[in-house]
Design a protein. Structure first.
Length: 623
């Protein structure tokens, strides 16, 4: 038999790595959900075909973006890009976690760490390459030296809002990392940023990304995120689907942490004694400080509890005191299960692991993956900034979070600290978040603002708007391109609806301003009057119902309008509200700070538009 090498090579060129990856995922037990991945890849290809050279894919924290990036890389290879560079944070654990996921997906070619191709004796003039590199100026400089001469490189920037934007934007300079990424892209490169918090990359105008071509990565059905942990109406915490343990803002941190550790031990013991068919290893994240010295204190507190329970000596006062605490907690939460739970706990307490995840140098002593992928029933991960972003904690059952919140907090930073988000549905009712009340209040407000912004972007808000107030800033001020950003001028658009008559009837009714919003939510749709928006307004009514104003009539947008996008999309970059409308509404109600108007066209569609002029500030890019 004669081997037809040309035919074989042609078939290799035509291989569909993306579809192969999708088939692999869809064949997994449990019917892996791929619709959201397929949607994002389809829209990304459309952007690329339309010569969009810089755009962002955004989604919720820990919602499966790594698997999406693997599929995206497969498609980029299918499109014949020779170099796909995946940038990750300057964090060894995150690099290894992501690189391991990519390699485990059996990508062809196998992804390499940048150090593996730096040697000039290695020929990279031919073939395709997937290269991982940390966002570290030394690493990027070496990578740039090696790849600069090659055209049409693709950068897939994980956690794109971190380190990549230009922090010197208002000094007419570039910081080192931003400059190196810009040089790596060259004049013909393709930049795809991936992040859960895209505000900074937008307001910074990083890499000239086109914010009208952003793509939303919808979470998979099993995802547990802000809707579960920070629902819009959170006044009744007893209705939360998980346990929220409110801690005092000040007090004996040691004893508070001790109690949280005991609750974690009991919950694990209950699940493995009564719920799980096979034993499952769980983790508790202790996130108290950014100082490594504090992490050692946390370590010793946890180690002391474990050590005392290992004694198992009825004559030991510390052992008896802890068993008494455990028994009381079980009697309160799992009455009648005391013997089984305590038996399991004492039997397995020796199978505990405490991992202090301080910094990259710890890799020489501690394997941080033991904290993110627990190998023992009782696993404790302790850390600060190194665990605040990007790192996934599998089987996380408890989070003890007591970061300092006395000062104004940064929205994107705290959203990324929500390490409890992810695939938690199977055990959500046993999950515990232990947190001081003031910090939880600020954290909740961060997510209210975040949800409003994402809701608007998904509903085709162009450009995006970002919310902040006196306690919470949207992004670091140094990153905002002040020449091209408007403050206090943002409008929020909601979804377009074809229920025009119902919407008009509600707007023209004699109902109170707030009742109108609630009726639109229930009678028209949640997307037109989102619950997040309603709850946000309810919590910001300095003059009660008088704080809300509706424009007295529905505005018709004519087909012969100079702005055809305005006619079809019922929104425009300069905004729907004009000075005349706001002036008229204020003359009718000078206490108003929340303004609503409904616009419609003659092809059967309408849209609700919201503008805020209260102490809440909105920010948008002028582009």
């Amino acid at each position: 038999m004669i081997v037809n090498i040309q035919d074989i090579l042609q078939k290799l060129k035509e291989q569909d790595r993306f579809e192969e990856r999708m088939r692999t995922l869809e064949s997994q037990s449990g019917s892996f959900y791929t619709k959201n991945i397929r949607d994002v890849i389809s829209k990304s290809v459309e952007n690329i075909q339309n010569q969009i050279k810089s755009f962002v894919i955004f989604g919720e924290p820990q919602s499966g973006k790594t698997e999406m990036m693997i599929a995206l890389t497969c498609k980029l290879l299918d499109l014949r890009y020779r170099f796909v560079v995946v940038l990750v944070n300057d964090n060894v654990e995150l690099l290894n976690q992501n690189l391991g996921r990519f390699v485990g997906a059996q990508l062809n070619p196998t992804p390499l760490e940048f150090t593996e191709i730096i040697d000039t004796d290695i020929d990279i003039d031919n073939g395709q390459w997937v290269i991982f590199c940390k966002k570290n100026s030394k690493n990027l400089h070496k990578l740039l030296s090696r790849l600069k001469k090659y055209p049409n490189k693709v950068i897939v920037d994980d956690e794109a809002d971190y380190a990549s934007p230009n922090s010197k934007i208002n000094k007419n300079e570039r910081n080192a990392i931003n400059s190196l990424i810009t040089d790596l892209l060259g004049n013909d490169g393709l930049y795809i940023g991936v992040t859960a918090t895209p505000a900074r990359i937008d307001l910074n105008n990083a890499f000239n990304n086109d914010n009208t071509k952003w793509i939303y990565f919808e979470p998979h059905p099993e995802y547990t995120g802000q809707k579960k942990f920070f629902p819009p109406d959170i006044n009744d915490t007893g209705k939360l689907p998980y346990t929220l343990k409110i801690l005092p803002d000040t007090g004996d941190t040691a004893s508070i942490l001790e109690d949280a550790v005991i609750r974690f031990l009991v919950n694990v013991s209950y699940l493995n004694s009564f719920k799980n068919q096979t034993e499952i290893n769980y983790s508790m994240l202790v996130h108290t400080s950014g100082k490594t010295a504090d992490h050692r204190i946390d370590y010793h507190i946890i180690q002391k509890i474990i050590g005392n329970l290992k004694i198992q000596n009825l004559d030991d006062k510390k052992f008896n005191r802890n068993v008494e605490k455990i028994t009381k907690f079980i009697a309160n939460k799992f009455p009648g299960c005391e013997n089984e739970i305590i038996s399991y706990l004492l039997k397995k307490i020796g199978a505990s692991k405490i991992v202090v995840m301080n910094c990259d140098t710890d890799r020489n002593v501690v394997d941080n993956s033991l904290g993110t992928n627990p190998k023992t029933p009782f696993t404790f991960a302790i850390g600060g900034n190194v665990v605040s972003r990007g790192v996934t904690f599998n089987n996380l059952l408890s989070m003890f979070f007591t970061r300092d919140s006395k000062h104004k907090i940064q929205q994107d930073t705290y959203i990324q600290r929500a390490r409890m988000f992810g695939n938690r549905n199977k055990y959500l009712e046993y999950f515990e978040l232990a947190i001081p009340e003031e910090l939880f209040s600020k954290w909740h407000q961060c997510f209210v603002f975040h949800a409003l912004s994402l809701q608007a972007i998904v509903n085709n808000q162009k450009p995006p708007i970002w919310f902040e107030d006196s306690r919470i800033s949207a992004v670091a001020k140094s990153s905002i391109d002040k020449l091209n950003v408007d403050l206090n001028t943002g409008e929020m658009v909601t979804a377009i609806t074809d229920k025009v008559s119902q919407l008009e009837d509600i707007v023209n009714s004699k109902d109170s301003a707030l009742i109108k919003l609630e009726r639109i939510n229930t009678e028209v749709s949640e997307e037109v009057a989102p619950k997040y928006l309603i709850e946000f307004i309810k919590n910001n009514l300095p003059y009660g119902n008088d704080s809300i104003a509706w424009y007295h009539e529905v505005r018709d947008v004519k087909k012969d309008s100079k702005d055809q996008d305005y006619y079809s999309m019922l929104h425009r970059k300069k905004g729907v509200f004009g000075g005349a409308e706001i002036k008229k509404m204020k003359e009718e109600n000078n206490k108003a700070s929340h303004f609503f108007i409904v616009v419609k066209n003659d092809i059967g569609f309408a849209r609700l538009v919201y503008k805020n002029e209260s102490r809440i500030r909105t920010i948008k890019h002028k582009r």
